[in-house]
Design a protein around this ligand. Structure first.
Ligand SMILES: [Zn+2]
Length: 277
């Protein structure tokens, strides 16, 4: 009688241990310690290429991989053995950016922050309050100054002098300088594929520099007529993978959110992942 009770207890214990081991396994993770470059250090941590690509694609919305990565920064890949990790976490000093996998109703896996939002935002429809569009995206336009037919792969918004110009999405300032035809111009990169250009500005916003981080809607400069321009307007370009696209028609992905009914469960899971690191 006594021995069968013992056996029962042992089995329970064994089940408990198995459950425990299983749970620990469920949160296996690897850490990429930045010493040289993401590519080099990720390989050393035996993180696969697909995950490295995902890290660059996802975190490029928030960090400049050419400038921000420092010795001692870390990327944590949770469950690296799975084809798609459960979570990706960037830690730099006190700063932490964490995203968690979630499969939406359409069956797509994406990464969302703790609030259930993708790091990529929805772009603003236009970078300013304008009076009218004075020149659309077109392959042939008679140039009023050069007096010849040229492509115009941008949108010109006519507006009053010094109308504030807003960044259309979160990003990093690539250039902030005076150029020939574009006059005072700002280039902003958004993630690894998008770039926007704002030209003919009268002046730049105070404090804005090359490699400044900007938020969607932030004022970056003011409408002017610098460079090759006949009157106050904003020349706005949208580039995708280095090609100019029509900002009025190009379909930029919109920010995604975790479905409302799933948000609590998603956040609980995210918190437990962070807790168990
Ligand atoms: Zn233009």
């Amino acid at each position: 009688m006594k021995s069968s009770k013992d056996m029962y207890r042992n089995i329970l214990f064994l089940i408990f241990i198995l459950f425990f081991i299983n749970n620990v396994n469920a949160l296996e993770y690897s850490t990429i310690h930045i010493t040289r470059s993401l590519a080099y250090d990720a390989q050393k941590a035996s993180v696969n290429q697909k995950t490295i690509d995902d890290i660059v694609r996802i975190f490029s919305w928030k960090i400049d991989f050419n400038r921000d990565l420092k010795d001692g920064d870390r990327f944590i890949v949770v469950n690296k053995k799975h084809s798609a990790p459960n979570a990706l976490i960037y830690i730099s000093g006190k700063k932490r950016i964490a995203v968690f996998s979630y499969i939406s109703k359409d069956g797509r896996l994406n990464y969302y922050d703790i609030n259930g939002k993708t790091l990529y935002p929805t772009f603003l429809k236009a970078p300013l309050k304008y009076k009218r569009i004075s020149s659309k995206f077109q392959l042939k336009r008679f140039h009023p100054i050069l007096k010849t037919w040229l492509p115009h792969r941008a949108v010109d918004y006519a507006a009053r002098y010094n109308t504030p110009v807003h960044a259309t999405a979160d990003g990093i300032v690539k250039y902030r300088k005076t150029m020939n035809a574009l006059g005072k111009a700002i280039y902003i990169t958004h993630g690894s594929n998008y770039l926007t250009v704002y030209a003919h500005l009268s002046r730049f916003a105070r404090g804005l520099k090359t490699s400044s981080k900007v938020r969607r809607g932030q004022v970056i400069g003011y409408v002017g007529s610098t460079g090759r321009s006949t009157g106050p307007h904003l020349h706005y370009e949208l580039r995708y993978k280095n090609k100019r696209k029509n900002p009025l028609t190009w379909r930029i992905p919109k920010q995604k959110r975790v479905a409302k009914f799933d948000l609590k469960r998603f956040q609980k899971r995210a918190k437990s992942i962070l807790h168990n690191l």
